[in-house]
Design a binder for this molecule. Structure first.
Ligand code: HEC
Length: 166
């Protein structure tokens, strides 16, 4: 019994490489700049989180900014180990995160847990607005002379009619 408990305790520790967990590595794993060793998709394809920069993550899953605060260290640890959420199990069941990946993601979540959840909507909205303004400007410049010939003809006709009446 004691040996079994020791094994349970020692195995995860032995599996660690000993490198300190890195917030930056966790962030790059989250965004997908760094690939997961077992081929799982980047968390950001479905989740947003503070501090991952423009254009933010996906909206299919909940924002994970405060997941460390909400789940607590133990809860987050076991979540990362199992990724046991209905939408995720079919994807990660055969592509589990390695111990190091979990530790780095953990460090990343811990580092952002006090930040505000970030919404990508203002940035995307701003971009759309900028695009609209540019399009309007292009149309205005390109269409500058568009109505002149029509207008000239109308003015001439009005003059002729006015002359006839006079
Ligand atoms: C295919 C889309 C998808 C990917 C990729 C994905 N998730 Fe999820 N995740 C979800 C959805 C959807 C939920 C909401 C629960 C559900 O329906 O499964 C969720 C829930 C969660 C939750 C629980 C959040 C809560 O507030 O209850 C955590 C933690 C989580 N995901 C972590 C991750 C991590 C870490 C990764 C990257 C290793 C990841 N997810 C990748 C879709 C995804």
């Amino acid at each position: 019994m004691t040996i079994l408990m020791w094994l349970l305790w020692a195995m995860p520790v032995a599996a660690q490489t000993g490198a300190p967990a890195s917030v930056e590595t966790g962030r790059t794993l989250f965004t997908g700049t760094l690939r997961f060793a077992n081929g799982g998709p980047a968390c950001a394809s479905c989740h947003n989180a503070a501090g991952i920069g423009f254009p933010g993550g996906g909206n299919m899953g909940p924002d994970l900014t405060r997941v460390y605060a909400r789940f607590g260290p133990d809860g987050l640890n076991s979540s990362l180990e199992t990724l046991y959420f209905p939408a995720m199990t079919p994807i990660y069941g055969y592509r589990p995160l390695t111990q190091d990946e979990r530790r780095n993601l953990f460090a990343f979540f811990q580092s952002i847990s006090r930040k505000q959840e970030q919404s990508s909507t203002p940035a995307v909205g701003g971009l759309a607005l900028a695009g609209l303004v540019i399009l309007l400007a292009v149309t205005a410049v390109a269409g500058r002379h568009r109505l002149k010939p029509v207008r000239r003809r109308l003015v001439e006709r009005a003059r002729v009619e006015a002359g006839r009446r006079a």
